[in-house]
Design a protein around this ligand. Structure first.
Ligand code: NAD
Length: 496
C-alpha cells in the first residue's frame, strides 16, 4: 500500500501516526493510497522548519525566486500528461478535464514569475523639502494553505507559488481525498530549484488545520473549500490575528435572454452545469430562462439525455464519477428532496451506472424545472451534475433573483444585446461575470474575485490581490543631506 509521505524540511518522510485515511479511486473504490493524520510533533517540525527557512529565503534575490517559478512552469508543462493521469486516478476526472485542472494552475505559476514587477511599491519625491517617501512590499513570514478535493493541481498552485515568490515560506495541507497530485507538484517544485524548507506539506483534517490556525508563527491562511469550514477557518484564523482569505461555496446562475442563439446557449449550458460531474465552484447550477426562452427547456432536456459519464480514459465520457460514495448519497437525497418539494424532474440520473464500473460513484445528468427559491434544490450547493431551471419574465426579475442569493461567486448572461449585457454586468451583485462566457474564471493577471457568501476576507486569490495578501507594505520616509556627499570616484558597476 502506498503511504503518502509528509514533506518536512525538504525531506519526504513517513508519518509516525497510527491514523491513516484511505484514498479511493472513485470509479472503482479501489484503495490506491493511504494518507496520514500528521502528529502534533510532526506539525511542530514543519512549522519550525518553515519559520527557520524564512530567515534565509526572504534574503534570496527576487529575480532568482522568479527564475525558480519559470523553471517550475516549464517542468509542469513537461510532466503535464503524467500529472493529469494522477488526477484521473484519484479524482476520476476525464483526461481532458484533468489537463485543464493542471493548465489553469500552470498559468498562475507563470504569473508568479512576474513577481518582480508586481511587487513594485510606490514613490513620491519631495513630500517635504528634500524628503522622499517610498514603499516596499515585504514578505509576511510563514503562510499556510488548506485546499479542497475538486482541483488538486490548480488550487494548491493558486497558493504556494505566489506566497513563496514573494519571499514567504509555505505549509500546504491538501485535501485528504486526493493528495497524490499535490505531492507530485511538490516533487517537481524541488526539482525546479526550490530550496529545502520553503515548502512543507502536512496531511490530515480538522485537528491538523486547528494547529495551523492557532500557531502564532503562521501569519496568513489561504483556504478554498465549503462554506461551513471556510467560515470556521476565517473566524478562528482572524480571532488569532492572522490574515485569512477563504474562497467557499457557490450557487451560480446563468441568465438566458430571448436574443441568445439557442444551439450555442444549450451546448455552453450543458458543459458548464454537468462538466466535471458538477464539482466546480464556478459551474452553473441554476439556469434562469427569460420570457419565451422557457420553450428551450425541452431542447435542453434532449441535450442532457445525450450526455454520458464514464471512466477517465474513455474518450466519449463527458465527465467522471462523484468524489466519494458520501457525496453521491448527498446528491441523490437532494434530488429526491427536490421531487418531494414539488420541482419537476425532467431527467433523473440517480440510477445511472457505468458497465464494468458498477462500484463507481456515478450520477447521471439530472434536470429539474419548476424550481422555486424556497426549495433545498435551489438553496443548497449540490456539487453534482444537477441543473435547476427557473423561468422569469424580464431581465430585471433575473437580476433581482441573483442579487437575493446569499452567494456571489460567478454568473453569466447569454444575449446578443449590448445594452442588456451592460445593465447585467453593472447591476449584478456577483464577483465574476461572464457575458456569453459560461464559466468566467479570470486568468491570473486578474484575481479570483468571489463576493458575498462565496468569499470571506478582502484580498482575493492570485493576481495583484494575491501579491498584496502575501506581503506587508513598508513605507519609508527618507532625508539625505547634501553636505554628506563623499568626494572621489566609485569605479565598480557590480551591484551584488
Ligand atoms: P471541504 O470544506 O470539505 O474541505 C476543504 C479542506 O478543508 C480540506 O483540506 C479538508 O481536509 C479541510 N477540512 C474539512 N473539514 C474541516 C474542518 N472541520 N476544520 C478544518 N478543516 C477542515 O471542501 P471540499 O469538499 O474538499 O471541496 C468542495 C467545496 O469547495 C465546495 O463547497 C466548493 O464550492 C468549494 N470550492 C470553492 C472554490 C472557490 O474558489 N470559491 C473553489 C473550489 C472549491
Amino acid at each position: 500500500m502506498h503511504k503518502v509521505p509528509l514533506y518536512i524540511a525538504g525531506e519526504m518522510c513517513q508519518s509516525e501516526t497510527s491514523q491513516w485515511i484511505d484514498v479511493l479511486n472513485p470509479a472503482t473504490q479501489e484503495i490506491i493510497a493511504q494518507v496520514p493524520c500528521t502528529t502534533n510533533e510532526e506539525m511542530a517540525r514543519a512549522i519550525t522548519s518553515a519559520k527557520e527557512t524564512f530567515k534565509t529565503w526572504k534574503e534570496v534575490q527576487i529575480s532568482e525566486r522568479a527564475r525558480i517559478m519559470m523553471r517550475y512552469a516549464a517542468l509542469l508543462k513537461e510532466h503535464h500528461d503524467e500529472i493529469a493521469t494522477i488526477i484521473c486516478h484519484e479524482l476520476g476526472k476525464t483526461f481532458e478535464d484533468a489537463k485543464g485542472d493542471l493548465w489553469r494552475g500552470i498559468e498562475v505559476v507563470e504569473q508568479a514569475a512576474n513577481a518582480p514587477s508586481m511587487m513594485m511599491g510606490e514613490t513620491v519625491e519631495n513630500v517635504a523639502r528634500g524628503i522622499d517617501t517610498y514603499s516596499y512590499m515585504q514578505p509576511l513570514g510563514v503562510c499556510a494553505g488548506i485546499t479542497p478535493f475538486n482541483f488538486p493541481a490548480m488550487i494548491p498552485l493558486w497558493m504556494f507559488p505566489m506566497a513563496i515568490v514573494c519571499g514567504n515560506t509555505f505549509i500546504l495541507k491538501p485535501s485528504e481525498q486526493d493528495p497524490l497530485t499535490p505531492m507530485r507538484l511538490v516533487e517537481l517544485f524541488e526539482e525546479a530549484g526550490a530550496p529545502k524548507g520553503v515548502l512543507q506539506v502536512v496531511h490530515g483534517t480538522k485537528p491538523q488545520v486547528d494547529i495551523l490556525l492557532e500557531d502564532p508563527a503562521i501569519r496568513a491562511i489561504s483556504f478554498v473549500g465549503s462554506c461551513g469550514v471556510g467560515e470556521y477557518i476565517y473566524s478562528k484564523g482572524t480571532a488569532n490575528l492572522k490574515r485569512v482569505q477563504a474562497c467557499v461555496g457557490a450557487k451560480n446562475h446563468m441568465v438566458i435572454m430571448p436574443d441568445a442563439k439557442k444551439e450555442r446557449l444549450i451546448s455552453n449550458l450543458v458543459g458548464a452545469s454537468v462538466g466535471a460531474a458538477g464539482q466546480r465552484c464556478m459551474g452553473i447550477s441554476v439556469a434562469v430562462f427569460v420570457g419565451q426562452t422557457k420553450e428551450w427547456i425541452n431542447d435542453l432536456k434532449e441535450a442532457f439525455s445525450q450526455v454520458r459519464p464514464g471512466v477517465w480514459d474513455d474518450p466519449k465520457a463527458a465527465y467522471g464519477p462523484q468524489t466519494t460514495p458520501q457525496a453521491k448519497a448527498r446528491i441523490l437525497s437532494l434530488i429526491a428532496n427536490g421531487k418531494k418539494q414539488g420541482a419537476t424532474c425532467l431527467l433523473d440520473g440517480s440510477d445511472f451506472t457505468v458497465e464494468g464500473y458498477e462500484q463507481g460513484n456515478w450520477v447521471g445528468p439530472t434536470l429539474f424545472t419548476d424550481v422555486t427559491t424556497e426549495m433545498d434544490l435551489y438553496k443548497e450547493e449540490i456539487f453534482g451534475p444537477v441543473l435547476a431551471c427557473i423561468c422569469v419574465d424580464t431581465l430585471d426579475e433575473a437580476i433581482a433573483l441573483i442579487n437575493n442569493s446569499p452567494y456571489g461567486n460567478g454568473t453569466s448572461l447569454f444575449t446578443a444585446c449590448g445594452a442588456a449585457a451592460r445593465k447585467f454586468q453593472h447591476e449584478i451583485e456577483v464577483g465574476q461575470v461572464g457575458i456569453n462566457v459560461p464559466i468566467p474564471v479570470p486568468l491570473p493577471f486578474f484575481s479570483f474575485t468571489g463576493w458575498k457568501g462565496s468569499f470571506y476576507g478582502d484580498q482575493h486569490t492570485y493576481g495583484k490581490q494575491g501579491i498584496r495578501f502575501y506581503t506587508e507594505t513598508k513605507t519609508i520616509t527618507a532625508r539625505w543631506f547634501e553636505d554628506d556627499i563623499a568626494t572621489g570616484p566609485n569605479m565598480s558597476i557590480n551591484l551584488k
